[in-house]
Design a protein around this ligand. Structure first.
Ligand SMILES: [Zn+2]
Length: 472
């Protein structure tokens, strides 16, 4: 058992011991690290926001969890299960970040045959910011084999972390990775990605039109959703990119880059194209906002919530050049993106919360709450903001029978909040406890783990510099 998991296991008993009203097992000892997790528990006196009906709340409810599932809501509970007093907290489904770039083991520089990664990460450290922020499902939009390894560790129970959907990125041009220059190469890349176990296809900016069409078509025939950039080749003929199977645009700025004047008339054209084709939008407003802040001043980075929990190597990698034109362009794009989201929302095009976490200054877990706040600023009701991070991504992923709502039979992925997020969306940041696949972790223990991670990062900062990464 890893040291982190031992702490997490112990932490579950700290939460049970702290709030329990009747429990046959009073276990508080930090030294007892092998105590099994309680696999069955009931939480009384919680206000459940099930996300099954607009703005509905089940007040003073009880929820019974057994193993990985929600077994009963206000239903029968066996006498022997652990009882947790919810103290009037607010229970919502675990959050989904539909656009991340995960941090995982990697090899920098030239490798000899049989050599593995020369840079390895502690996967529990990597998952901790998601845990701390109630993010129970993530979609990695440029996954690689090491992300499969991470997912396996979570599935095996060695690491507590979110469910992971993994997308294979396909691009054109001269880049690295899966490059396709012809429709045949595009179709083959999709089939190989499917065979390798990827869940989704991410399309990228340098694909030519015919290859893009072939990729979308092949993916559709293999039941793989396609998300991503709108290739530059569609400059001046954007409507052609909206073909059946192109299911979600990965950034609001995918539209911004196809508008010369960033006008409302263009926004309405984009709305019509997306709506007619059934293409959803994951705007990643927070990414553009962070880029704009950093273009003005890199000092903004160090004030970001969660920055100290980012691995020092990535902390060192977060920087960009800037000039007055770039600052102005980014500011204009931030404003355009917000108007675009408002218009898409008015047109009832589904909007899914994604952050682009892993990009400069967009911090895993933490940035999702910033994205939710920006969606609210763009005009979404608080209920619809929650939908964007729960039911809609579950539907888009085709797993709405498993996650996204609080219902009997669903996976036990949920968050306990101190306040009602339907009244104030910022209440999603006031987290009392998080449940991952039936494993409950409470705030005090999350805070302890964060403190340990911050100390660890501080003490190793001098070792990890981005410019030296190929010398390891
Ligand atoms: Zn991205």
């Amino acid at each position: 058992m890893s040291s982190w998991l031992r702490i997490l296991c112990t932490s579950v008993f700290v939460v049970v011991g702290a709030v329990i009203t009747s429990c046959e097992q009073e276990e508080h000892s930090e030294s007892n690290t092998e105590t099994p997790l309680p696999t069955r528990f009931v939480i009384h006196n919680v206000n459940v926001i099930p996300m099954t009906e607009r703005d509905s709340v089940l007040r003073n409810a009880s929820i019974y969890i057994a193993d990985t599932r929600i077994v009963a809501i206000n239903g029968e509970v066996p006498d022997s299960v652990h009882v947790i007093e919810g103290n009037g907290t607010w229970l919502i489904p675990g959050l989904v970040d539909a656009h991340v770039h995960g941090f995982a083991d990697i090899h920098f520089g030239e490798a000899y045959r049989t050599q593995g990664p020369n840079f390895v990460v502690d996967n529990q450290d990597v998952m901790l910011p998601y845990i701390a922020n109630g993010v129970t499902t993530i979609v990695d939009l440029n996954a690689r084999v090491d992300n499969f390894g991470q997912r396996n560790e979570i599935v095996k129970g060695n690491v507590i972390g979110p469910r992971m959907a993994l997308a294979a990125l396909i691009d054109g041009g001269d880049g690295n990775g899966r490059i396709a220059h012809t429709p045949e190469e595009g179709r083959l890349a999709v089939r190989l990605a499917k065979a390798d176990g990827y869940d989704l296809i991410k399309v990228y900016s340098h694909l030519n039109k015919e290859t893009f069409f072939a990729i979308v078509d092949e993916a559709q025939s293999l039941d793989m959703p396609v998300v991503g950039h709108i290739p530059n080749d569609f400059q001046g003929s954007l409507h052609e990119a909206f073909v059946p199977g192109f299911s979600m645009a990965a950034h609001a700025e995918e539209f911004a880059k196809h508008s010369h004047d960033m006008s409302d008339a263009d926004i309405q054209r984009f709305v019509a194209m997306a709506r007619e084709n059934g293409t959803w939008l994951s705007p990643t407003l927070i990414a553009m906002q962070r880029f704009a802040e950093q273009a003005r001043s890199l000092d903004s980075l160090s004030y970001l919530p969660g920055f100290s929990y980012v691995h020092p190597l990535m902390q060192d990698n977060y920087n960009r050049g800037s000039n007055p034109e770039r600052v102005l362009h980014l500011q204009n794009t931030v404003a355009f993106n917000k108007r675009l989201v408002h218009a898409f929302y008015q047109a009832e095009i589904p909007i899914v919360a994604g952050t682009d976490a892993g990009c400069s200054g967009v911090i895993w877990g933490y940035s999702l709450h910033d994205e939710l706040a920006l969606l609210a600023e763009a005009g979404l009701t608080h209920y619809d903001v929650l939908r964007a991070a729960t039911t809609l991504p579950a539907e888009w992923l085709g797993i709405s029978d498993r996650i996204g709502t609080i219902e009997e039979g669903k996976f036990a992925d949920f968050i306990l909040l101190h306040g009602n997020p339907l009244e104030n969306i910022a209440n999603t940041t006031h987290i009392n406890a998080v449940c991952f696949n039936g494993k409950l972790v409470q705030r005090a223990n999350i805070d302890n783990m964060l403190l340990d991670l911050e100390r660890k990062n501080d003490s190793t900062k001098h070792v990890y510099t981005w410019k030296n990464r190929k010398q390891w």
